[in-house]
Design a protein around this ligand. Structure first.
Ligand code: AMP
Length: 255
């Protein structure tokens, strides 16, 4: 016998899939869109990862591509990309376009070929990346998180990670059970090199220069929705309502 909680969870997982499958079917759909690509734009430390996590829980059809997570994985595994990328990441600089575009595009094109919907988190971050993406993928939804700089600086200085797994803690709202230690392994937590104050300032400046112009770029295309605030828990319900509406439009267009 299934517990009511388990039943609820299963129902939650089924719902969005049912909708999306009815919105478009793969293979025999006469070249119509069979999947979606959703981007999350926002300042570093502005909650892109948190909001993405919540979206994936409610809309599990998305394949999540986080360039920051992928790069950190490369750094941990000391691949040639990781060794190169680390030089930029530690200084709070963007990794060069030619390295990052190839890394993402392989994943993104593979997902679209399989009619998998994509959630791109942290990409694109420059106009060149956006143009490269446009050549391969039709972006149809963009979430822009508009968070004040003061909130970001405060939040980042409270962020600590477990280097082995990438698990993230926040001293204010998600502290570890034991001070300075990972909940699962008991190993020491560290601050990301690029979360140190001098790097954070540089990352915010980079954002203004390289990434902020993308807000206008996607607004002009009519696919952008901005969500403003200081707390992901307050912003996310609005994101969910908007995403639900976008998906509903799909179903209506199908019938
Ligand atoms: P994030 O976790 O998304 O803040 O990314 C961490 C770091 O990875 C950034 O500060 C950059 O150095 C690098 N990075 C992530 N995504 C990109 C991107 N799209 N373009 C260039 N560098 C990136």
């Amino acid at each position: 016998m299934r517990l009511p909680q388990q039943q609820q969870q299963e129902e939650k997982q089924r719902q969005p899939q049912r909708r999306w499958q009815s919105a478009a079917t793969c293979g025999d759909n006469g070249g119509e869109r069979c999947a979606h690509s959703l981007l999350i734009l926002g300042k570093p430390g502005g909650g892109k990862g948190t909001i993405s996590g919540k979206i994936l829980q409610d809309f599990p059809v998305f394949r999540h591509v986080s360039t920051g997570d992928e790069l950190r994985q490369h750094v941990r595994e000391e691949t040639s990309l990781g060794i190169e990328a680390k030089k930029y990441m530690n200084d709070g600089l963007l990794v060069p376009d030619e390295l990052i575009i190839q890394m993402v595009m392989d994943d993104a094109v593979d997902a679209m070929k399989k009619c998998q919907s994509l959630l791109l988190d942290g990409f694109p971050r420059t106009m060149e990346q956006a143009v490269a993406l446009d050549k391969n993928i039709d972006v149809d939804m963009v979430i822009n998180l508009n968070i004040p700089n003061e909130t970001i600086i405060e939040r980042i200085s409270d962020r600590w990670i477990h280097p082995g797994s990438g698990r993230i803690y926040n001293l204010s709202y998600k502290p570890p059970k034991v001070d300075g230690k990972d909940d699962e392994t008991g190993e020491a937590l560290v601050q990301r090199e690029d979360d140190k104050p001098e790097s954070v300032q540089k990352r915010l400046e980079n954002y203004e220069e390289a990434t902020a112009p993308l807000v206008d770029y996607y607004a002009t295309k009519g696919v952008l929705q901005t969500f403003s605030g200081t707390m992901s828990d307050v912003i996310y319900p609005e994101v969910k309502v908007w995403l639900d509406e976008q998906l509903m439009d799909d179903i209506e267009a199908t019938y």
